[in-house]
Structures are given as structure tokens and as C-alpha cells.
Design a protein around this ligand. Structure first.
Ligand code: C2E
Ligand code: MG
Ligand code: MG
Length: 716
């Protein structure tokens, strides 16, 4: 184990030392090693900053890759060693106090960006160098006789000393002269190269235009061309180059020679291949990853008429339990074993297996008879999972659910196919798992997906597809209606009326909850105003003013505009703050700090009631209630439900009684939810609850229903 020195500055220096030792031998710098280290130190500091910054700065990481080139680290080996150093030591020396997993992921992204920055800078530099040499060569050939000697000498110096390969050939292709760099690149001697013909150097990867450009140049129809080209070396290995060929003319302007400048890009190409591999494969299992799979699927879907595809979408059953109970390391090993087994199921041409993420895998087939093949493939996968997997001496039984989609190319997009497979996989899961199901396009169309709802939400708010139902709150003592809770619904153009449980979580996830919540608040407060106008405002009238309860999501609590929006709405509608009650779920306030409670406290001070909704489901500490700015407890439905049995469980009754008396001693009133029978209502009244809500009184409904109830109440 390496001992890590103490202070952050010491550690940074140590990292720079390791880095400079690794890279120095392969640089072309004229500096000494300590000088070179001093040059790397500021780069190390910037690396450490990119590693620890809150957001990933890809441009800075690229700039650091480019800075390597400026520091004379132009050999691809210097990049390779730098990346190895960053990989092995940067997190160790510069990221001791952070989340190690996140830092490792950051370090990997940095390496990719650095490699890209390095390659771009190197390329720019090489092109500039090639240009300078070409200029020198062209100048050399154009000078007058007396200067010829001097200019030739200059040219020769450039020619021999250049780091890139230079060769001169006649117009028939015979190689006349090569420099040392070129002989090194080809692994051939000067003599062996001279006399060879350029035309022999074909390679199967030659771009189609390669030899056309060559012909045009030697005929004098073009001055130069530039391309990437591969050559075979005598030992059979392949040399990749960035090749620029220019035409040299004699004093009269007729074509005379061709001048080739080539840069060895073999290692950079290998590095790019490695990066491409890493970008397209899953690091844990080595299987192709999601983006690679999408590429293949898209190709299969664009394969043209008459072609078909088959897809198995596998999700392991109960994988979360393995992770939770045995730990992530065991979960990872299980995934690796599953990946290996899947791999062995799809070995025929046109078949591939990929890991989409987590415990989700896909297998694709594009063979001639996909209908039959995909069925067999799914069967093979189920079989492959049969044998238990042994991890840490335990035999784990692995089961999976598979959604199978098969069909012609050209009809659906990759995303649509995957969605269908996902829906089908869920169907297999809800049928008990450990099975595969075939996709059914009609069933697909009926399924309401989270994704579909999420994307439709913003437009739904604009188009006015939401509406509010009101459910009365009834006083248990006198049976009078005290107010109503506003409950939002979505009239979806295809799926009909959707309850809040379907879309509120999605709106919370996307942030739409803030405008939606504001809309609900405004509508409900207006409704309260309308009721008030109808039944008077309480003073002198028979009934107290009707109050309105509005639900708040946790995200709305943290939104900075909450207090101001509420005040504005109340002022605009002319409704007094004490006619409004905001319901916040208990779970949102567990462990809330003062910052989170501040807006609620401000609202409470203005006179708005705050209710703790679904109380009893969140295990909050009763003693904690004193800290919260709440004035109402809404007992969760589960308490009422347990009273449905007759006789009710005496322990449950005791609990409710205890909560009620505690609430009253803290000056909180108690509302019960989900009252469905008269017997429950009686029981809850005896237990001391103040207000009730539930189907026994009324289901949530349009605002007019409340009029009827309230009127019946006032006259009855
Ligand atoms: P909640 O605030 O606890 O609302 C009470 C839920 O119980 C409502 O379901 C209501 O229809 C239902 N309910 C009322 N009486 C009975 C009964 O006697 N028996 C049974 N079994 N159920 C009864 P709903 O309308 O589906 O609302 C579900 C939840 O969605 C609400 O729970 C609330 O947390 C949330 N929600 C509703 N509207 C909004 C809103 O505008 N904004 C936010 N943020 N959340 C909302
Ligand atoms: Mg509520
Ligand atoms: Mg509730």
C-alpha cells in the first residue's frame, strides 16, 4: 500500500511527482525532470479542481489534454501513461474526502475528455507542422540557381530532422528519397524503401477516392491531397497515417515529383478504438451497453423491406432483494454471472446481448426467421437462468421476466419497440414473473405509461385538462359542513379521468407540480370565495364561513415563491387567510429543518391553517409535533379502516384515543379521513375527533354538491 502524505498540497505535489516520473521518459522536452515536474504541477492542480468541482467541466478537461501537447508530451504513450496515472492516483491523492464512487466516475469522464483534447491538439499541431514543411519544400524548389545550394542544405536539414515521415517519389511512383522518420514508421531500411513503387501500397481499408486523387495529382490536375491511409509493414502489422501528398513542379511549371508527408497515427487510432470500446460496453459485465444496443436495434429496424427483428427484454425478478440483503458486491457478481450465461445463449450470427442498466438485459436477433428464433432465444434464456448461482458459498436462485417483441423492420422506431418490450416485460412480471410474454400491440396501446403521461403533463395544464373535486369536511359534534378538501383530477383525452396518484408523483418529478399546485390553490380559493358569497361570510349568518383545504407537495414547500404566491392569491380573491388550510404530508416534515419550516411558519403567522396530512403513516415522533407550525392533524385512513371490523381492535382504539388527547393538549384539532360508515363516525366522535371526511358523508364531487350539503345542513 502506498502511504498517502498528509496535507492536500503535499498530496497534490506527490501526484505531480508520480505523473512526471511516468511521463518524462517519453516526452520530447528539453527540460530536466524536476523542471518538467514543476511544469506539470499547475496542470495537476487544475486536474484536481476538475475532479472535485460540483459540475463536470468537460472543456477544462479537454484543455488539460491539449496542455499535454504544449508540454511536449506529443507521443501517444505520454497520453496513455497520463491516463493511467489519473486513473490510479488522482482520486487517491486529490479526492480523499469525497464520495469515492462519484469521484471514480468523474475521473473516468475526465480521462475521456482529456484524450479527446489531446487528439485534437496533436492533430492541429501536426497539420501546422506539415504546412510549414510543405512551404519550405515549395520555396526550396522555386529559388534561383545561385541560392540553390543554400536552400537545398536548408531543405535537407528540415527533411532529415523532421519528426514526421517525408518521402519523395517520381511521377511513375518510384520512391526516390525518404527520411529517417519514414523508415522508422515502415520498419524498413532506406535502401529497402528506395526503388519501391507507391502503387504497390494498397490496403483493403483504402478510402474509395484514394487512388483517384493520386492519379489526378501525378497528371498535374491537382496540387495536393490529404487523407488517412493504412500501409502494411513487412512484419504484417498495419501502419495508420495521416497522409498529405503535394505535387512538385519544375522551373517551367511541369509536374516533376510528388512529396508525401505522413504522420503515424496508429497508436492514436488504437486509443480511439479503446475509447470507443469503453463508450459502447458496460464496465461491469463487458456486454455491449445501452447506446451500442440502440445503434444495432436502429440498424435492424432500418434494414429494409422484408427484414424482421426479434427482441427479448429481460428484467431479473427480485434483484433488489439480493442487493439489499447481500450487498452490492454480491449483486454485481450475480449480474456478471447472468451476463455470461446470456452471452452463451446468443451466439448465432445476427444475435446480440446487451445490458441496458441495473438488472435489465436485452437480446436481439435479426436472423432469417425471427418469429421462430426469438421464441427459442427466450426459452434458452429462461433455461440458462435455471441453475442456481453460487455467491459467497450461497446458492442463489435467479428468475427473470421477459417481454418479447417481434416484427417487420421499418414500422416502428427503436424507442417504440423498447417501450413495447418494457410494457410486455411488466405484464410478465405482474403475471407472477419467471416467464416470458409476447407483445400485443393492442394491449400496448391501452397501457398508460409513466413516460406518456409525463410528456403530456405540461400541455395538459395549458389546455385546461385538470379539474378539481371537493370533498366536504364535516363537524362530528353537530354534523355541519365546515369546509371541503380540494382534490385535483386530470381529464385525459384518451384515458379519461385520472386520479392524483397517477400524475402527482410525475408532476413532482418534472417540477410541473409548482405551476399545477398554484393553479389548484387559485381555483380552490376562488371557489371558497364563491361559497362565501352564496352563504354569507359567517357573521350574522347561520353557518360559519366554509373553509378550503388544499394539498401541498413537498416540492412546493421548498419552492421560494410559496408564501408570496399564496398571499397574492388570497389578496386577489379577497379571501381571509383563516379560510385556507394547507395540507402537508407528515412524511414531508419528518426531520424538516428550520429553513424548510420557515415559509410554513410565515403562513401560519398570517392565519393560514397548516394540517399534517396522512398522520400516522410516517412514524414521526409525537414529541416533535410541538416544533411544527401545524394546527390540524389529519389521521390517516388506515386508522379508520381498522375500525370497520366489529368489534374494533381495542388496541387501535386506544392508539387513536391517545393521539387525540395528545393533539388536543397541543391545541391541535383532529380530522379523520376515510369515514365510510355511520358506525365509524359514532366511534370517532366518542374518541374525541373534531372533524371527519369520507364517503359516508360524500364522495369528492363538483362544487355544487357541497352547496346542497351545506344548504341541507343550514336548513336542517
Ligand atoms: P389525501 O390528501 O389524503 O386525500 C384524501 C384521499 O382519500 C382522496 O383520494 C379521497 O378521494 C380519498 N377518500 C376520501 N374519502 C374516502 C373514503 O371514505 N374511503 C376511501 N377509501 N377513500 C376516501 P384522491 O383524490 O385519490 O387523492 C389522493 C391523494 O392525492 C391525496 O391524498 C393528496 O395527497 C393528493 N392530492 C390530491 N389533490 C392534490 C393537489 O391538488 N395537490 C397535491 N400536491 N396533492 C394532491
Ligand atoms: Mg389531503
Ligand atoms: Mg390524507
Amino acid at each position: 500500500m502506498t502511504a498517502v502524505p498528509d496535507g492536500p498540497e503535499d498530496r497534490l505535489r506527490r501526484f505531480a511527482t508520480i505523473w512526471s516520473r511516468a511521463v518524462f521518459p517519453v516526452t520530447t522536452t528539453a527540460a530536466t525532470r524536476p523542471e518538467f515536474e514543476a511544469e506539470l504541477l499547475p496542470l495537476a492542480r487544475r486536474l484536481s479542481e476538475v475532479l472535485r468541482a460540483r459540475a463536470f467541466d468537460a472543456e477544462e478537461a479537454k484543455a488539460l489534454g491539449a496542455a499535454l501537447v504544449d508540454a511536449h508530451c506529443t507521443d501517444p504513450e505520454a497520453l496513455s501513461r497520463t491516463l493511467d496515472c489519473v486513473d490510479a492516483y488522482l482520486v487517491l491523492y486529490c479526492g480523499q474526502d469525497g464520495d469515492q464512487e462519484a469521484l471514480r466516475a468523474r475521473s473516468a469522464r475526465m480521462q475521456h475528455a482529456m484524450a479527446a483534447g489531446f487528439a485534437a491538439a496533436l492533430r492541429a499541431r501536426t497539420l501546422a507542422e506539415q504546412e510549414a514543411i510543405a512551404q519550405a519544400a515549395l520555396r526550396a524548389q522555386g529559388v534561383v540557381a545561385e541560392a540553390l545550394h543554400a536552400s537545398e542544405a536548408r531543405f535537407r536539414a528540415v527533411f532529415e530532422g523532421a519528426a514526421i515521415g517525408i518521402g519523395i517519389a517520381g511521377l511513375d511512383g518510384t520512391v526516390l528519397q525518404v527520411n529517417q522518420a519514414l523508415t522508422r514508421m515502415f520498419g524498413l531500411t532506406d535502401q529497402a524503401l528506395r526503388g519501391r513503387n507507391v502503387l504497390e501500397w494498397t490496403h483493403p481499408d483504402d478510402a474509395p477516392q484514394t487512388w483517384r486523387l493520386y492519379e489526378e495529382l501525378v497528371r498535374g490536375e491537382r496540387e495536393h491531397y490529404h487523407l488517412e491511409k493504412a500501409f502494411y509493414r513487412p512484419d504484417g502489422t498495419v501502419l495508420w497515417t495521416n497522409l498529405t501528398v503535394s505535387l512538385l513542379r519544375d522551373a517551367d511549371g511541369s509536374p516533376q515529383y510528388q512529396l508525401a508527408l505522413m504522420e503515424d497515427t496508429t497508436e492514436r487510432r488504437l486509443l480511439n478504438l479503446r475509447l470507443r470500446y469503453e463508450a459502447t460496453h458496460d464496465a461491469l459485465t463487458g456486454l455491449p451497453n445501452r447506446s451500442f444496443f440502440f445503434e444495432r436495434l436502429e440498424k435492424a429496424l432500418n434494414a429494409g423491406e422484408g427484414r424482421r427483428f426479434g427482441l427479448c427484454y429481460l428484467d431479473l425478478d427480485g434483484f433488489k432483494t439480493v442487493n439489499d440483503s447481500l450487498g452490492h458486491a454480491a449483486g454485481d457478481r450475480l449480474l456478471v454471472e447472468v451476463a455470461d450465461r446470456l452471452q452463451s445463449c446468443a451466439t448465432a450470427p445476427g444475435e446480440m446481448v446487451a445490458r441496458l442498466g441495473g438488472d435489465e438485459f436485452v437480446a436481439l436477433t435479426t436472423g432469417p426467421d425471427t418469429g421462430h428464433e426469438v421464441d427459442e432465444l427466450a426459452g434458452r434464456i429462461m433455461n440458462a437462468l435455471l441453475a442456481p448461482i453460487s455467491i459467497d458459498g450461497r446458492e442463489l436462485t435467479v428468475r427473470g421476466s421477459i417481454g418479447v417483441v417481434e416484427g417487420p423492420a421499418g414500422e416502428r422506431s427503436a424507442a417504440e419497440v423498447l417501450r413495447s418490450a418494457d410494457i410486455t416485460m411488466y405484464r410478465a412480471k405482474s403475471a407472477g414473473g419467471n416467464r416470458y410474454e409476447l407483445a400485443d400491440p393492442e394491449a400496448d396501446a391501452r397501457v398508460i405509461t409513466r413516460h406518456g403521461l409525463t410528456t403530456a403533463l405540461p400541455a395538459a395544464l395549458e389546455r385546461g385538462e385538470f379539474f378539481i373535486e371537493y370533498q366536504p369536511l364535516v363537524h362530528l359534534g353537530d354534523g355541519g359542513v365546515r369546509g371541503a378538501e380540494a382534490l385535483v383530477r386530470w381529464l385525459h383525452p384518451q384515458h379519461g379521468v385520472l386520479g392524483p396518484d397517477r400524475f402527482i408523483p410525475l408532476a413532482e418529478h418534472t417540477g410541473l407540480i409548482v405551476p399545477l399546485g398554484r393553479w389548484v390553490l387559485e381555483q380552490s380559493v376562488r371557489q371558497a370565495r364563491a361559497w362565501r358569497e352564496r352563504y354569507g361570510d359567517g357573521d350574522g349568518g347561520a353557518a360559519d364561513p366554509l373553509r378550503i383545504n388544499v394539498n401541498l407537495s413537498p416540492c412546493q414547500l421548498t419552492h421560494p415563491g410559496l408564501v408570496q404566491d399564496t398571499v397574492e392569491i388570497l389578496e386577489r380573491t379577497g379571501v381571509a387567510p383563516d379560510a385556507l388550510c394547507l395540507e402537508v404530508t407528515e412524511s414531508a416534515l419528518i426531520g424538516a429543518d428550520d429553513g424548510l419550516l420557515k415559509p410554513l411558519r410565515q403562513l401560519a403567522e398570517m392565519g393560514v391553517d397548516i394540517a399534517l396530512d396522512d398522520f400516522g403513516t410516517g412514524y414521526s415522533n409525537l414529541a416533535n409535533l410541538r416544533r411544527l407550525p401545524v394546527s390540524v392533524l389529519k389521521l390517516d385512513r388506515s386508522f379508520t379502516q381498522s375500525m370497520q371490523r366489529f368489534p374494533a381492535d381495542p388496541v387501535d382504539l386506544k392508539i387513536v384515543e391517545g393521539i387525540v388527547s395528545l393533539a388536543h393538549s397541543l391545541d391541535l384539532s383532529v380530522t379523520v379521513e376515510g369515514v365510510e360508515t355511520g358506525a365509524q363516525a359514532d366511534q370517532l366522535r366518542v374518541l374525541g375527533c373534531d372533524t371527519a371526511q369520507g364517503w359516508y358523508y360524500a364522495r369528492p364531487g363538483p362544487p355544487e354538491h357541497l352547496h346542497d350539503l351545506a344548504l341541507a345542513d343550514a336548513t336542517g
